[in-house]
Design a protein around this ligand. Structure first.
Ligand code: NAP
Length: 240
């Protein structure tokens, strides 16, 4: 049975790689996180050099299948994966967990990108938002009228846009009690998040609902038209 390359960056990628049996599995990471979680599987780190580079890599390694389990907000890799697998002629799958959907009591304002999220904060009159965003996503918020912006990311941000920003570092999963504490300690009046889906980071939305806070939620980027499943179990079934 030929090996499988799993493109990582999501919780599901590591879980899938751990559970593949009876064949070689390689988990590929872009290398954005300083200390990635150890899944006890063969790991390679770094970009391939676009779709053409990925196709060359697939050929050189003799992989027989590709699972793109990159993060729901990875904008480029899903298209590279689809193109490279088609070029090499191996089956490929997109593993993409379902997005969150609002429940009664949620006050969501859905927007297409971070610039629109920053504009939405001002439209809401937010002065003390909690930005549940990675460290690479803060610049658009420098133009907001907010007085104090709390940021949470896995790694310490290299630099913050200005001194209104305060950073906390933490790695999920997060629970609703801790999220309530964080929002209350900051006296947050709004939450900004991206619609990542899944359970690990959902608690901030539940905490916002309990506090009656508005959530500015960024929609996901477009995805290629390829076979797609929403769970690790379905991806394992596809691998057979
Ligand atoms: P992206 O726009 O889709 O990817 C940018 C470039 O990073 C790709 O062209 C590729 O470089 C390289 N890359 C991405 N995923 C890779 C992987 N699994 N293995 C090897 N190279 C990879 O994604 P991004 O937004 O920059 O995110 C980078 C990585 O972080 C992704 O793996 C993603 O799953 C993960 N991540 C992203 C987010 C997010 O919010 N965007 C959140 C959590 C985790 P080459 O073209 O050189 O091959």
């Amino acid at each position: 049975m030929r090996s499988v390359l799993v493109l990582g960056g999501s919780t599901e990628a590591g879980a899938l790689a751990r559970r593949v049996q009876d064949r070689r599995v390689v988990l590929s990471l872009a290398g954005r996180v300083e200390r990635p979680a150890d899944h006890g599987v063969e790991l390679r780190v770094g970009g391939f050099g676009g779709a053409a580079g990925l196709a060359s890599h697939l050929r050189a390694e003799g992989h027989g299948a590709l699972v793109d389990a990159t993060h729901p907000f990875a904008a480029a890799m899903p298209f590279h994966a689809a193109g490279a697998a088609a070029e090499v002629g191996i089956p490929s799958l997109r593993l993409l967990r379902p997005p969150w959907t609002a429940v009664p009591g949620d006050r969501w304002h859905e927007v297409d990108d971070l610039a629109a999220a920053a504009a939405a904060l001002d439209a809401l009159g937010s002065r003390r938002p909690f930005l549940a965003l990675g460290r690479g996503h803060l610049a658009p918020f420098a133009t907001t009228r907010a007085d104090a912006l709390l940021v949470r990311s896995v790694d310490e941000p290299d630099d913050l846009p200005d001194d209104r920003f305060t950073a906390v570092t933490a790695r999920g999963p997060f629970d609703v009690v801790a999220e309530l504490d964080l929002l209350l300690a900051h006296a947050a009046d709004a939450v900004v998040a991206r619609n990542a889906g899944g359970t690990a980071t959902r608690a901030k939305l539940d905490a916002a609902r309990r506090l009656g806070l508005p959530v500015v939620l960024v929609r996901r980027p477009p995805q290629p038209a390829v076979p797609t499943v929403g769970s690790v179990d379905e991806a394992l079934a596809w691998l057979g």
